[in-house]
Design a protein around this ligand. Structure first.
Ligand code: APR
Length: 311
């Protein structure tokens, strides 16, 4: 059996970590793609990871490139291409630039691997995943955005830190858009099967929910330049792994809803079953009234950013 081919579009902070994690998990052979100006950087990262392999003995071929032809026949793409927000740049400026990049990426992926599974990570996520879907014309199940996996992991990490328990035993999903309006479903979260709401007092839970909402910004502030990359990379790799190994994991992802949760025609964070068919199913469940209105607010935010793409 030949190895899977994983292509990483954008070899920056997240892209480099994606390459490392994908190699360590032996998910397949890896191409790190970036613009010609950054070709040396991705070739260097690829070589560096090639030289780390003997320690753990994992077999994977990692190469850097700026030639789309090298990505022909890829099984999975993880897209982090884009520019970060710079001082003096407003949200619309950033959206315009990254939208242009995403359209270019979509048309190239369509050319080299029209049947691949594509995970979008670039921000603003809710608009970027929509733009990729509209531009590529890919089937809806083969396009997904990475947001809920990261937001949920952040929430779970904060809960474990609060309670002093293993993070492994904390479950909780965060739905909705990848922004301040995200919706942590604390009602269904558990610590080893015990409801979170019985273990964490409401005021502390509220603090943790708010910290989760602004967790990306907290890291941006600490860095002073750049945004989070370790946890985002791990979150996207879990999604890629579930597809490549047909694990059928249920992960909150930005999937295209067509009636699920009353949402029509938008990518939004919902529990998604990922297997060899891509997003094979969205798992719907009854929301409380509060959760419904929170999901409606997040939907408004998603609609607004999608409107700005003019697609
Ligand atoms: N094609 C391929 N790569 C591109 C393109 C393009 N058209 N345009 C820019 N890039 C590359 C940049 O050269 C850079 O190496 O995308 C990479 C982005 O890397 P970083 O700036 O280090 O950003 P990173 O921290 O990895 O985040 C990437 O994910 O979470 C989001 O907000 C984050 O949108 C950002 C993205």
């Amino acid at each position: 059996m030949s190895r899977a081919k994983i292509s990483l579009i954008g070899g920056g902070q997240i892209g480099g970590n994606l390459a490392l994690l994908a190699a360590q998990k032996e998910l397949g052979d890896i191409k790190i793609f970036d613009i010609p100006n950054a070709e040396g950087m991705v070739k260097g990262k690829a070589l560096d990871i090639m030289q780390l392999r003997p320690h753990d003995g994992f077999d994977a071929d990692i190469t850097g490139t700026s030639d789309w032809n090298d990505l022909k026949g890829s099984d999975v793409f993880i897209v982090t291409a884009g520019i970060p927000r710079k001082p003096g740049m407003n949200r619309e400026d950033l959206l315009d630039i990254n939208l242009g990049i995403m359209k270019d990426v979509a048309s190239n992926i369509k050319k080299v691997a029209p049947n691949s599974f594509v995970i979008i990570v670039s921000n603003p996520l809710d608009a970027m995943v929509y733009a990729f879907y509209k531009t590529s014309g890919f089937k809806k199940n083969m396009v997904v955005g990475m947001a809920g996996a990261l937001d949920s992991a952040r929430f779970r990490a904060f809960i474990a830190m609060e309670v002093g328990c293993s993070v492994q035993d904390v479950t909780c999903m965060v739905l909705g858009g990848h922004g301040d309006t995200m919706v942590p479903i604390t009602r269904l979260g558990t610590i080893g099967g015990v409801p979170i709401e019985t273990l964490v007092p409401p005021d502390r839970l509220e603090v943790i929910v708010n910290r989760t909402r602004f967790a990306g910004g907290e890291i941006v502030k600490l860095f002073g330049n750049g945004s989070a990359f370790y946890a985002p990379a791990q979150s996207a790799i879990e999604m890629a792994e579930s597809f490549l190994r047909d694990k059928k994991r249920v992960i909150p992802c930005a999937s295209l809803c067509e009636g699920e949760f009353g949402i029509e025609g938008y990518f939004i964070g919902v529990p998604s079953l990922i297997g060899k068919g891509g997003v094979e199913k969205i798992l719907e469940f009854e929301l409380s009234n509060n959760e419904k209105s929170a999901l409606n607010s997040t939907l408004d935010a998603v609609k607004q950013t999608v409107k700005e793409t003019k697609l």
